[in-house]
Design a protein around this ligand. Structure first.
Ligand code: PLP
Ligand code: ZN
Length: 396
């Protein structure tokens, strides 16, 4: 059994209420009965639905999401002088980002509610994922994207899975406002991360890390955009503790791009409310968000866990992306590389201890955004294929 609860005033809502905000204006979370969950953390076959006793919905639409590899860093950790470093590579999901974990649960919920139409605003990956799950579940899908600010691979995905793609003149924050009003007005089920069922799916990242590592890491580092994922992963670890399965909790460390860092500002200034960034700008388009909808949950996660928020520049992101690819063989999109850039910055600044066991969440696959690579790294001019030239280049 579960219900929805306002995180600010505590007002209760029932599972069949189609509601995203509390009447007080704040946001909702799902409350799970932890006395009913199963301790199935045996390290075998992790996947979103392995942990269904923690989930408030039955599996109705699945493309085999989750079960992503937890790589142990070999070279990168040596380069930066770190001891135990792991990479949870969420790019290895069905549509190549962690959004699939939320969508399998969110779209299952849409089916349970009997909804026929679903929608989201998206910087790219949410639309790719929702489009795929809607196709699988026979739902009509509308996605609103900031025109010209979405990576090529993600746009191709949304189109080919058959969603109605609606580019808007405006940024993500404006697209989200529009889709929220439209969903309410036209009876469409909204599947942005303001929908608490999305976060229920995403909290399984915490379960898988514990399952695969056999312990709770000291620190989690991940990119923060709309701030749903950091909130979801924290909720997952707290539920493991609440159920008596573990007793440790990780320090939640969120990274934003310097041109788009309202959560970092809030954290550094110790403020109680978020001041939105009106003109967010970064080449890491997945985190180009100025008014994160889950800011309250996220700041709680950071403060309660004694974690932190840090920013990185676009140059640092690109350098980190290249480093992770060339040193570990793991190719991630720019937003995801901000976890790596963040770790390097925190380590340089002495903000973290090199004895900590740290897990970096890499949120999306590198092939989502090929232009980020080809536009920043040049290859040599074409050559003639004669042996003299080849000898020079190949070093014989
Ligand atoms: C959605 C997304 C993020 C940001 O996650 P939030 O839950 O919005 O904070 C980061 N990286 C990638 C690749 C994403 O798709
Ligand atoms: Zn409320």
């Amino acid at each position: 059994m579960h219900y929805l609860r306002c995180i600010t005033c505590g007002k209760r809502y029932e599972p069949d209420d189609i509601v995203y905000n509390c009447s007080c204006g704040s946001i909702l979370e799902a409350v799970i009965d932890l006395s009913e969950v199963e301790n199935i953390f045996d390290g075998v076959n992790p996947s979103v639905w392995k942990y269904s006793s923690f989930l408030p919905v039955e599996k109705k639409a699945s493309l085999h999401e989750g079960g992503t590899p937890l790589y142990e860093s070999i070279n990168l950790k040596k380069d930066i002088g770190y001891k135990r470093l792991f990479i949870k590579n969420e790019g290895e999901n069905p549509t190549c980002s962690f959004k699939d974990r939320g969508m399998t649960v969110g779209v299952s919920k849409a089916l349970e509610l009997g909804m026929k139409k679903v929608a989201c605003a998206s910087t790219g990956n949410t639309s790719a994922s929702l489009a795929a799950y809607s196709a699988h579940a026979n739902l009509e899908c509308f996605v609103m994207i900031p025109s010209g600010k979405i990576a090529l691979g993600k746009l191709a995905q949304a189109i080919i899975y058959g969603a109605k793609v609606i580019p808007i003149n405006g940024n993500f924050d404006q697209a989200l406002e529009a889709v929220m009003s439209a969903s309410k007005a036209f009876g469409i089920y909204l599947l942005n991360s303001i929908n608490p069922y999305r976060l229920e799916g995403q909290k399984t990242i915490a379960f898988e890390i514990y399952d695969q590592l056999g312990e709770v890491p000291d620190r989690i580092i991940l990119p923060v955009g709309n701030a749903g994922n950091i909130s979801a992963i924290w909720k997952g670890f707290k539920e493991l503790k609440g159920a008596g399965i573990t007793d440790a909790l990780p320090k939640m460390s969120g990274i934003q791009a310097q041109g788009s860092m309202p959560m970092v500002n809030m954290y550094i200034k110790g403020e109680e409310t978020l001041v939105p960034e009106k003109n967010p700008d970064t080449l890491a388009t997945a985190i180009r968000i100025g008014n994160p909808v889950s800011w309250q949950k996220a700041i709680n996660a950071v403060r309660e866990s004694k974690g932190l928020m840090e920013s990185v520049t676009d140059e640092e992101i690109l350098a980190a992306q290249r480093k992770l690819s060339s040193r570990e063989g793991i190719f991630v999109e720019p937003a995801s590389a901000s976890s790596v850039a963040g770790l390097m910055k925190l380590h340089e600044n002495g903000d973290i201890d090199e004895d900590e066991t740290t897990v970096l969440i890499t949120t999306g696959h590198g092939l989502k955004d090929p232009n980020a690579v080809t536009e920043s790294i040049k290859i040599m001019d074409p050559i003639d294929c004669d042996m003299d030239t080849l000898r020079k280049i190949l070093g014989e």
